[in-house]
Design a protein around this ligand. Structure first.
Ligand code: C2G
Length: 719
């Protein structure tokens, strides 16, 4: 047996699936895989692991009395029968040729230790290899294997013995093992020892190891994230445990300590409770700091130097004072240079002292970009029925926007915005509030959300393109502040429960206020008036084309590109006698679509505030993956799906809650030919999808009846 791959496993079946798949697809086959189960609680684990027994030379062991990565790896070393040991974490995976490349290099040069490149991502395998932009950070190689290893691996981000092919004889001769007293950073002392002993180290640049960051720190915290609170002292303990080493290695490690403490330390000391630092946390860091050469500290920038010196010489109290002083100066500088930060500070220290106004209601739709969606309908209902009891405030970036009832208008992030969101009792919004907003206990945040989800959201998103670690962390903390959440149907309730980890009891499942208009008794009249206002010929039928946005095509945060795949010129030629197109891009799209020369066929309605009114004048709705079709279905008119990039969107960018191929009430069209054909044969399509449409309507439009707003207002507002 050439190689023993040692994989400690604690939890995360979706992680280990990718890991084992990547092992079973290795081009090199002469290896055994040792899974060391460290108190795995997931029920399906044994079944899943057993299913790999046909594909891999798999041996499964349990850590009974002990726990932790060190103990798991040590058990693996004991059981291993290979000539080489190789450490792989259960949440990471390998490229197909990784083991082959490593073994080739090691055998050829007779290296004691051979390592390769670690690439970091939070994507699962399919997305990692499928996405055009990998978003990975390649590790730099400095040219000298020994130095490179120390630089990259004895550090907080990449520390570890992972992705190293090590001769087992080296371990056996010295009875080497991982320090089981160190819960974290147990690799550091072992690695340092190994590096001191052997100079026969090789680097293989063709061997890739994909280290997968966890994007769900709430449900699946990674070891390196879980320790964040105690990192400084844990790292100090691990460095201290290194034992006797050459001055060169000690110098490199000290430099890492100094850089780490100089930066991360400031924020940690400020945030943490003094009592925690005074006791356990300060001492190990202080002790290690004392072993660091003074000249290294003197080379640091001024602020860091002050803190490190205090850390080295003084008590926690002096250290904290210095940190506070530095941070106060930084804060003042930030207030003078960043208007939004200044307003936030004013809000925190001044507006928060003012009393709360129980009759003030703030409304917001799509980040102040529109007067639309459910907040608009809730507002108009309150205005009509209880207008004299409340003061209304609209967050609206374009102050010239016409809003009935003359509410107070404040652009997002203006001083007025901060004033009203701090003092008003109610905030009605259809998007996530800023992550820094801390609601007072007595305030009420009514989250209407903005659509029945087709695309997976929040915690339901696996490691695909859009699911960044920050996104999940933020969505969790933001949704903790929602006093209730509106859901249009039981399907959305289930999805919201899992995607926001939100309690079902707080979800108001009653239909969407924004869809009330689709049941208005005068909807024909509203439609006729709007058609006239937009200059759409009365004798033409209309197709609303309302696609969504693409997560990987953007200029900046919230400013997305859109490449129009619909051939409008051809459409005009083929169906222009009978139809016009209403072109409506998503509110995130920054690109303006040029329709010059087609003004009598294409009506640009991107800037029209409320899409619900546009539904009323549309004979057909065509989208791709936007939630618009769930709402439009209330009208029981035909729906088409122009899904030219289906595989990429579904499998790599987002993932869907329903099977778009079988559960939606219209055909999936991949080409312009298919789109034209479908429009020309729309009657046939209606007939063909009749049954499916009925089922869809019953499932998703079951509560919408024109009175959702009334029900919500009665539940939420104390009039
Ligand atoms: N919308 C619009 N015009 C479009 C697309 C969307 O006015 N061309 C509006 C619709 O009200 C739609 C809402 O924005 O329901 C959400 O748009 P989606 O395309 O579904 O995308 P997203 O903003 O990512 O929201 O639960 C819903 C999801 O959160 C999706």
């Amino acid at each position: 047996m050439k190689v023993s791959v040692i994989v400690p496993f604690h939890r995360g079946l979706h992680f280990i699936t990718d890991c084992l798949d990547s092992l079973s697809e290795q081009t090199w086959k002469d290896f055994e895989t040792l899974i060391i189960k460290d108190h795995v609680e997931e029920k399906e684990a044994d079944k899943l692991l057993s299913s790999y027994k046909d594909k891999l030379n798999l041996k499964i062991y349990d850590l009974h009395e002990k726990n932790g990565v060190s103990a798991a790896r040590n058990l693996g070393i004991q059981k291993a029968q290979g000539e080489y040991l190789y450490f792989l974490d259960s949440d990471d995976y390998l490229a197909e040729t990784t083991l082959e490349e490593l073994v080739d290099a090691a055998d050829k040069e007779n290296y004691d230790l051979t390592y390769g490149v670690i690439k970091q991502t939070w994507f699962r395998r399919m997305v990692y290899y499928g996405a055009e932009q990998h978003n990975e950070e390649d590790q730099e190689f400095c040219g000298q294997p020994w130095k490179d290893l120390v630089e990259n691996r004895i550090d907080v981000s990449l520390l570890s013995c992972i992705h190293m092919l090590i001769k087992k004889s080296g371990f056996d001769e010295e009875c080497l093992c991982f320090d089981e007293d160190l819960e974290y950073y147990c690799d550091i002392p072992l690695l340092a020892y190994f590096l001191e002993k052997t100079k026969s180290i090789g680097f293989c640049k063709k061997a890739d190891y994909i280290k997968r960051g966890h994007n769900d720190e709430i449900q699946y915290p990674s070891l390196s994230k879980a320790d964040i609170e105690d990192r400084p002292q844990r790292l100090s303990k691990a460095y201290k445990a290194i034992g006797k080493i050459t001055p060169e290695l000690k110098g490199i490690i000290d430099q890492k300590f100094v850089t780490f403490c100089g930066k991360g330390f400031l924020q940690k000391v400020r945030r943490d409770k003094a009592s925690e630092w005074k006791n356990s946390r300060f001492l190990p860091v202080h002790e290690y700091a004392q072993t660091v050469d003074n000249s290294r500290i003197c080379n640091q920038e001024d602020n860091e130097k002050k803190v490190l010196k205090a850390l080295q010489q003084d008590s926690y109290v002096t250290c904290k004072k210095k940190v506070n002083h530095i941070l106060a100066r930084r804060k003042i500088h930030r207030m003078l240079t960043e208007k939004r930060f200044l307003y936030r500070t004013i809000s925190k220290y001044i507006f928060e002292r003012f009393s709360q106004q129980d009759q003030w209601v703030v409304f917001e739709s799509f980040f102040g970009k529109q007067y639309s969606d459910s907040p608009k309908y809730i507002y108009e209902y309150l205005l009509k029925n209880y207008g004299d009891q409340y003061k209304f405030i609209w967050i609206i970036n374009d102050k010239s926007m016409k809003i009935p009832g003359n509410p107070k208008k404040v652009p997002r992030f203006s001083l007025g915005y901060f004033y009203y969101i701090t003092r008003a009792k109610y905030w009605v919004t259809n998007v996530r509030q800023p992550v820094w907003f801390e609601k007072r206990d007595s305030q009420y945040l009514l989250e209407t959300w903005h659509g029945t989800p087709l695309k997976k959201l929040g915690f339901d998103m696996e490691e695909n393109y859009s699911a960044s670690p920050t996104y999940k962390r933020q969505i969790y903390s933001q949704s903790r502040f929602w006093d209730c959440l509106v859901s249009a149907n039981p399907f959305s309730t289930e999805a919201f429960h899992t995607c926001f980890l939100y309690e079902k009891e707080k979800i108001i499942e009653t239909g969407y206020p924004r869809n009330d208009i689709l049941y208005a008794p005068d909807k024909e009249q509203i439609a006729a008036d709007l058609k006239k206002k937009l200059g759409i010929p009365a004798d033409k039928k209309t197709i609303l084309y309302a696609p969504t946005w693409r997560d990987d095509e953007y200029y900046d945060h919230g400013a997305y590109k859109f490449n129009l795949a619909l051939d409008l010129k051809r459409l005009q030629k083929e169906i222009g006698d009978e139809y016009v197109v209403l072109l409506r891009t998503h509110y995130f799209i920054a690109d303006a679509i040029d329709v010059t020369g087609m003004e009598d066929f294409v009506f640009n309605v991107c800037k029209y505030p409320d899409i619900a009114e546009l539904y009323l004048i549309s004979d057909i709705c065509m989208t791709d993956y936007s939630s618009v079709f769930f709402d439009f279905a209330n009208l029981r008119r035909p729906i088409l799906f122009f899904t030219y990039d289906l595989e990429k969107y579904r499998d790599i960018l987002h993932g869907f809650y329903i099977d778009i191929q079988t559960e939606v009430p219209g055909p999936l069209l991949m080409t312009n030919d298919e789109v034209i054909n479908a429009i020309k044969n729309i009657d046939q399509i209606e007939e063909q999808y009749k049954e499916k449409y009925d089922e869809f309507y019953d499932r998703f439009c079951c509560f919408d009846d024109g009175h959702a707003t009334e029900r919500i207002v009665n539940m939420v507002f104390n009039k």
